[in-house]
Design a protein around this ligand. Structure first.
Ligand code: NAG
Ligand code: NAG
Ligand code: NAG
Length: 361
């Protein structure tokens, strides 16, 4: 009798959680992109773009997980806004199957980009086109079996979040700049064309609700500033490049709609949200917008100026720092991006409407 009762209580409790969860009509998220949204895929790959050691995850409930920040990343926090019942599991984790995938899967890979050859200096990373093939060939058939429904219509209650592009500049275009024969404009146009092709693939597979994250102001990151004699201010040539990408991405969110009937796309201007914090940190609750919170291994120390030193020092006042390592924002910044993505009423931050509006369609 007692075990039965206990079981009943558990069922009722579970119902309570999922009754709350259905409040936004969104069942889950499929996530594609780079380290800003990777939640552990790179742990399972042969590469040097890893965040599976302290101090990464120092503020995460389960410790280091492969997330490139001290705590939750922007996807975790968006999931909380959507009241999803648990963190979206990483695709490369062998335990990501069965009932674990019904609220979505994260395919993102640190170091990767829109282009297949981006990030190859880090070793084996999964490019955006391959991430989408993984969704199509592995996850979607499993999900259809799990849902007992092959209509694909059920995918309209999932968000398809894409956060990528920065590495195509940092670890592709600018890396081989001296050899480049293509202009920045042509390179950017090619990125946008490739991205739009990938979005249409997701649409043809059944995706209807898309969240497109802008590329962050990489010219303001400690990685870049470390090689500049002047520590104040941002490196404009990098910021101008990603601004060009972002302008096109924002247009794409509207221009692609006629080719994807009954789709909804939101552009999240994380670039502006971070830039606003850096311009006026104190007013947003930040005290250090320049330095990495963790000890970053320089090239001389066997590092790359981006990732935290293994078991290295970490700042105490993490919520007052903008950057956790040489490139990635702290959880405190991720929180501002996720909150604004979900509910901001400013079209300069979310365009043409916010994620909450998206969930209502
Ligand atoms: C499959 O899902 C669609 C849309 O959610 C629904 O209309 C249909 O009844 C479902 N079919 C089955 C067999 O569950
Ligand atoms: C530029 O091209 C030369 C000759 O093909 C090659 O040796 C060199 O590694 C390239 N440099 C970069 C930064 O890609
Ligand atoms: C978004 O949602 C808000 C609040 O529900 C509403 O006032 C606004 O009109 C919506 N905007 C669009 C574009 O749907």
């Amino acid at each position: 009798m007692m075990p039965t009762l206990l079981f009943l209580c558990l069922v009722i409790y579970a119902c309570f959680s999922s009754c709350n969860a259905s409040a936004t009509k969104i069942k889950g998220m499929f996530v594609f992109g780079s380290s800003l949204v990777d939640n552990g895929n790179n742990n399972f790959l042969q590469n040097s773009a890893k965040a599976d050691y302290l101090p990464y995850g120092v503020d995460f409930p389960y410790g280091p997980s492969g997330r490139f920040t001290n705590g939750k990343n922007v996807i975790d926090l968006l999931g909380e806004q959507l009241k999803l019942p648990f963190f979206i599991p990483p695709f490369a984790d062998p335990s990501t199957k069965g009932s674990r995938i019904v609220h979505g899967v994260n395919f993102a890979s640190g170091g990767s980009g829109i282009l297949d050859d981006t990030g190859s200096i880090a070793g084996h990373v999964i490019s955006l086109p391959q991430q989408i093939r993984n969704f199509k060939e592995v996850t979607l058939p499993e999900l259809e079996a799990e849902m007992g429904n092959r209509s694909k219509k059920f995918l309209q209650s999932y968000l398809f979040v894409v956060g990528t592009g920065g590495n195509d500049y940092s670890f592709n275009y600018f890396l081989r700049k001296s050899n480049n024969t293509v202009s920045l404009e042509a390179f950017t146009a090619n990125l946008i064309t490739s991205l739009s092709r990938q979005l249409k693939k997701l649409y043809n597979l059944g995706g209807r609700k898309f969240v497109l994250m802008s590329v962050n102001p990489i010219g303001c990151s400690p990685m870049v500033k470390a090689v500049q004699p002047r520590r104040q201010g941002c490196v404009q040539v990098l910021n101008k490049a990603v601004e060009l990408f972002n302008v096109h991405l924002k247009s794409l969110a509207v221009d692609i709609k006629p080719q994807m009937p009954a789709s909804y796309l939101v552009y999240v201007n994380s670039y502006k949200i971070i830039r606003d914090i850096i311009k006026n940190p104190l007013s947003k609750g930040f005290k250090d917008e320049i330095n990495a919170c963790c000890e970053v291994a320089s090239v001389n120390e066997g590092g790359n100026g981006i990732l935290c030193q293994k078991q290295g020092r970490v700042c105490a006042d993490r919520s007052a720092h903008v950057f956790f390592d040489g490139l990635h924002p702290t959880e405190a910044v991720n929180m501002q991006i996720a909150t604004k993505a979900f509910a901001s009423m400013r079209t300069t931050e979310v365009y043409p409407f916010n994620v909450q509006n998206l969930t209502e369609h």
